[in-house]
Design a protein around this ligand. Structure first.
Ligand code: GAR
Length: 210
C-alpha cells in the first residue's frame, strides 16, 4: 500500500475526493499526512475529521523559500511518502525540493496546459473567448506548471459564465481526475521517465487526452 502526503493551501475539495476514494476501498493508499502553508485552510479540518495527521507549516515563519522548503522536506521525510500530491498548494517550490521528489511529485492545475500556467486561469480562459477549458494533472518539474502532463479533462465554457461558475465546473472534473491518476500511481502503472509521463509502458500524449 502506497503512502501519499497531500499539500494544500485552501478548501481541500481535492483532498476530500482522495479521502473519500480511500475510505470507499477504491484507492489502495494511505494518506501519511496533510500539510498546509495557510493556517486557515479548511482542508486541515477535513484531514482532522478523517483522523489524518495534519500540519500547518506557515511560510511566514521562514526567512526564505529555501528554508521553508527544507522544513517541508524534513516533515515529509518522516512519512516516507511514495508520492507527494499537490492539491491546491499555492506556493512555488524550489528547484532543490522538486528535484528531491522528482517522479514522486504531482500537481493538479486548473487549465488545459500548456495554456494558462500560473494564476487566474478561469478568468483568463473567459477573457480569451475560449469555448473549451479544463484541468490537467502533471508531474512537477522545476519549470512552473511545465512538467509532463499525465491527463487532462475538458469542460465547455458558456457565454454567460463567470469565473466562479467555470471554476466549479472544472472542480467537478478534478474530483474524478485526481483519484484516477493516484490509482495508477498506487498500482505502479504510472511513472515519469526522461521528462515524459508513462502509463502502462506507453508515453502519454501531452495534449488532447481524455
Ligand atoms: C483547484 O481548482 C486546483 O486545480 C487549483 O486550486 C484549487 C484547489 O481547490 N490549483 C491551482 O491553482 C494550482 N496552481 P481545493 O483546495 O478545493 O482542492
Amino acid at each position: 500500500r502506497k503512502t501519499l502526503c497531500v499539500l494544500i493551501s485552501g478548501n481541500g475539495s481535492n483532498l476530500q475526493a482522495i479521502i473519500d476514494r480511500i475510505e470507499a476501498g477504491k484507492l489502495n493508499a494511505t494518506i501519511g499526512c496533510v500539510i498546509s502553508n495557510q493556517p486557515q485552510a479548511y482542508g486541515l479540518q477535513r484531514a482532522q475529521q478523517a483522523g489524518i495527521d495534519n500540519y500547518c507549516l506557515s511560510h511566514r515563519d521562514y526567512e526564505s523559500r529555501e528554508a521553508y522548503d527544507e522544513a517541508l522536506a524534513a516533515l515529509l521525510a518522516r512519512y516516507q511518502p511514495d508520492c507527494v500530491v499537490l492539491a491546491g498548494f499555492m506556493r512555488i517550490l524550489t528547484e532543490s525540493f522538486v528535484n528531491r521528489f522528482s517522479g514522486q511529485l504531482v500537481n493538479i492545475h486548473p487549465s488545459l496546459l500548456p495554456k494558462y500556467k500560473g494564476l487566474n486561469t478561469h478568468q483568463r480562459a473567459i477573457d480569451n473567448g475560449d469555448d473549451v477549458h479544463g484541468v490537467s494533472v502533471h508531474y512537477v518539474t522545476p519549470e512552473l506548471d511545465g512538467g509532463p502532463v499525465i491527463v487532462q479533462s475538458r469542460v465547455p465554457v458558456f457565454s454567460e459564465d463567470t469565473a466562479d461558475e467555470l471554476a466549479s465546473r472544472v472542480q467537478e472534473q478534478e474530483r474524478q481526475l485526481y483519484p484516477l491518476v493516484l490509482d495508477w500511481i498506487c498500482n505502479d502503472r504510472l511513472y515519469m521517465k526522461d521528462n515524459k509521463a508513462v502509463l502502462d509502458n506507453e508515453e502519454l500524449p501531452q495534449t488532447g487526452y481524455a
